[in-house]
Design a protein. Structure first.
Lengths: 147, 112
């Protein structure tokens, strides 16, 4: 049992336990907070498995953007004021790919896919604005056409 | 790598099964979307583990695209849930069945 494997099993336990607690909560705010813990654990696991860029993006996108969006919708749909604490740990290991290596590989080998992903995100932005926009925002163009 | 690849796959599989259970069991659209997020996270853990095993960057690149797809899916899905909530005033997927029954009753009453 090296330090690496001990850390791996600790992180795996944290991820599995927090996810198991999250999917059994009735309160959605508690579930989202436990999932934030699970995603922080996943980010540290990515860092442990040699992907520092993915670890940073996991915290920024999953724990930062997606979970905050979930919290925002949960608060908007039903008011349930309750907050828990977070959990974090870190350890230095050699990486499979440094962030600059992964970025160069990414934009040299997969640049078409990067463009497609950016188009996908743009479509998601426009689609979310159309679907989630207020019903009155769609009527002015029709009114202009009628008049 | 001292941890065997099988254990990484066991972790990812357990997370994926938890996501499936969350999607199937819960009667709440937001919890079902959270289950989808858990499943996507499990897939990216398996991909990063495989990138570590074969020392190739390809798995990490695919995991990055999974994150883009997850962000897209959650923004569209939450917008649709907000639209659903505005129309039905609930986030229970079975709530859509009630207005249909009510309109059927009204139709029967008007026929009588």
């Amino acid at each position: 049992m090296t330090l690496y494997s001990i850390l791996f099993y600790i992180l795996a336990l944290v991820i599995l336990a927090s996810t198991a607690v999250a999917i059994t909560r009735r309160d959605m705010v508690h579930a989202v907070i436990y999932l934030v813990v699970s995603f922080f654990g996943s980010a540290l696991l990515f860092y442990l498995m040699g992907a520092p860029l993915l670890a940073a993006l996991e915290i920024i996108i999953y724990a930062g953007a997606i979970m905050v969006l979930f919290l925002f919708i949960v608060m908007m749909i039903r008011v349930q004021p309750s907050i828990d604490s977070l959990l974090s740990r870190s350890q230095l290991v050699p990486a499979v790919a440094t962030p600059s290596m992964l970025g160069q590989y990414f934009f040299q080998q997969h640049w078409v896919t990067v463009e497609i992903a950016s188009l996908l995100l743009l479509v998601a932005l426009v689609g979310a604005m159309i679907i989630g926009g207020s019903p009155t925002s769609g009527s002015p163009p029709e009114a202009e056409e009628e008049s | 790598m001292t941890v065997s690849f099988d254990h990484v796959l066991v972790l990812a599989g357990a997370l994926f099964i938890m996501g499936i259970v969350c999607v199937v069991v819960s009667r709440n659209l937001i919890m079902m979307l959270l289950g989808l997020e858990i499943m996507l996270n499990a897939a990216s853990i398996a991909l990063v583990g495989s990138a570590l095993k074969w020392h190739h960057v390809e798995g990490q690149a695919i995991a990055l695209f999974i994150m883009a797809v997850a962000a897209t899916e959650v923004s569209i899905g939450l917008a649709m849930i907000v639209g659903f909530y505005r129309r039905v005033d609930s986030v229970d997927p079975q709530a859509l069945e009630e207005p249909i029954e009510i309109t059927n009753n009204k139709f029967q009453i008007s026929n009588e």
